[in-house]
Design a protein around this ligand. Structure first.
Ligand SMILES: C[S@@+](CC[C@H](N)C(=O)[O-])C[C@H]1O[C@@H](n2cnc3c(N)ncnc32)[C@H](O)[C@@H]1O
Length: 290
C-alpha cells in the first residue's frame, strides 16, 4: 500500500505567530517588523495574513535568541536612545533609558551656541557623546573607552548620525583607562559625563545580563560594592575639570548616598542626585570650586 504524501504544513498566520511565539507582545511586534516588514498597523488590519515563507525561518531564529535571554537590541542590531537609532552589538552595553538623564543634565548646563569642552567617559556605543553632540553643535565633544571594539562601533554611529561638519568639530576619540586615554593637553573640561561600570562583582543580577560585556557592567577593577571604577575615575578626572565645571555620573539604584560621599571626598561642591522617571536617584552630580 502506498502512503499518501503528508500535506505541506500551511504557513502560520501572523496573528497566530504573535500569540504563540512565547515572547512579550512588544518584542514579538518588533521582530515581526524587522524580519518580515510587517507593521503593528498591518498586523491589526490583517491578523489572518500568512507569514511569508521567505522570512519565517529568520523570524523563528530571532525569536529563539530572545527566548534564550539575549537582549532584543542585539537581535535587532539597534537601540533607540534620545531619539537616535544607535547600532549595538555584544561589544557594547545596550543603552538604557535612565542614561538619558546624563544627556538632559548636559543640555541644561550647555547653552545652545556655547563653545565648551565635554567628555563622555566609557562611551560604549557612543550614546551619551553623540546625543550631546547632536544637540549642542558648538561643543567640542570627546569620548573615551577602554574597549577598542566599543570605540570602533561608537565611531561608526557618530559617522552615521552626526553631520560631517559641525561648529564644535568632529568628535574626539580616546582609547584607554579613564583619563589616561587622553593627551595631557586635552581639557580642562566644562562637563564630564559618565555611565561607568557599577555592578558589584557578586551581584546576582549579573546572570540575567550575561550577554552584555563584563567590562561594561563590573569593569576590570571588580569590587564588592561596585564602586571601584567610580573611585578610580574620580581620582583621575576631577583634576581635569575646569573651575566651576560640572561632573555627572550614573550609578546603581542603591548607590546614591555612597556616590554623593565620593563626590564630596573628591573636593566637589553642590553635590546632589538626579532621579529617573521612577523617582529613583540614578545620577550623582557635582561642581568644581569656581
Ligand atoms: C556601563 S557601560 C556605558 C556605555 C555607554 N556610555 C552607555 O551609557 O550606554 C561602561 C563603559 O565603560 C567602559 N569602561 C569600563 N572600564 C573603563 C575604564 N577603566 N576606562 C574607560 N572605559 C571603561 C566599558 O567598556 C563600557 O563601554
Amino acid at each position: 500500500m502506498t502512503e499518501e504524501p503528508a500535506p505541506a504544513a500551511s504557513p502560520p498566520l501572523v496573528g497566530e505567530w504573535v500569540r504563540a511565539c512565547g515572547l512579550q507582545r512588544a518584542d514579538a511586534l518588533a521582530l515581526l517588523r524587522a524580519c518580515a516588514g510587517i507593521s503593528h498597523a498591518a498586523l491589526l488590519a490583517h491578523p489572518e495574513a500568512p507569514l511569508p515563507d521567505s522570512c519565517a525561518a529568520r523570524l523563528r531564529q530571532a525569536a529563539q535568541r530572545v527566548r534564550a535571554g539575549e537582549p532584543l537590541a542585539y537581535v535587532l542590531g539597534w537601540k533607540e536612545f534620545y531619539g537616535l537609532r544607535l547600532q549595538v552589538g555584544p561589544q557594547v552595553l545596550v543603552p538604557r533609558p535612565e542614561t538619558e538623564l546624563l544627556v538632559e543634565f548636559a543640555l541644561q548646563h550647555l547653552r545652545p551656541r556655547q563653545p565648551a569642552e565635554v567628555l563622555d567617559l566609557g562611551t560604549g556605543s557612543g550614546a551619551v557623546a553623540i546625543a550631546v553632540a547632536a544637540q549642542r553643535a558648538h561643543a567640542r565633544v570627546h569620548a573615551s573607552d577602554r574597549s577598542a571594539e566599543a570605540l570602533r562601533l561608537a565611531q561608526d554611529n557618530a559617522a552615521r548620525l552626526l553631520p560631517a561638519a559641525r561648529p564644535g568639530g568632529p568628535l574626539q576619540w580616546h582609547l584607554g583607562d579613564w583619563m589616561q586615554a587622553l593627551p595631557e593637553q586635552a581639557g580642562p573640561f566644562d562637563l564630564l559625563l559618565s555611565n561607568p561600570p557599577y555592578v558589584a562583582a557578586d551581584d546576582p543580577h549579573l546572570a540575567a545580563l550575561r550577554f552584555e560585556p563584563a567590562l561594561a557592567l563590573v569593569g576590570a577593577r571588580r569590587s564588592a560594592d561596585g564602586l571601584a571604577e567610580i573611585r578610580a575615575l574620580l581620582v583621575q578626572a576631577v583634576p581635569r575639570l575646569r573651575a566651576g565645571g560640572w561632573l555627572a555620573l550614573e550609578h546603581g539604584w542603591n548607590q546614591a548616598a555612597a556616590v554623593r560621599a565620593l563626590l564630596r571626598d573628591a573636593g566637589l561642591r553642590q553635590v546632589h542626585s538626579l532621579r529617573d522617571l521612577a523617582g529613583i536617584p540614578r545620577v550623582g552630580a557635582a561642581r568644581a570650586a569656581p
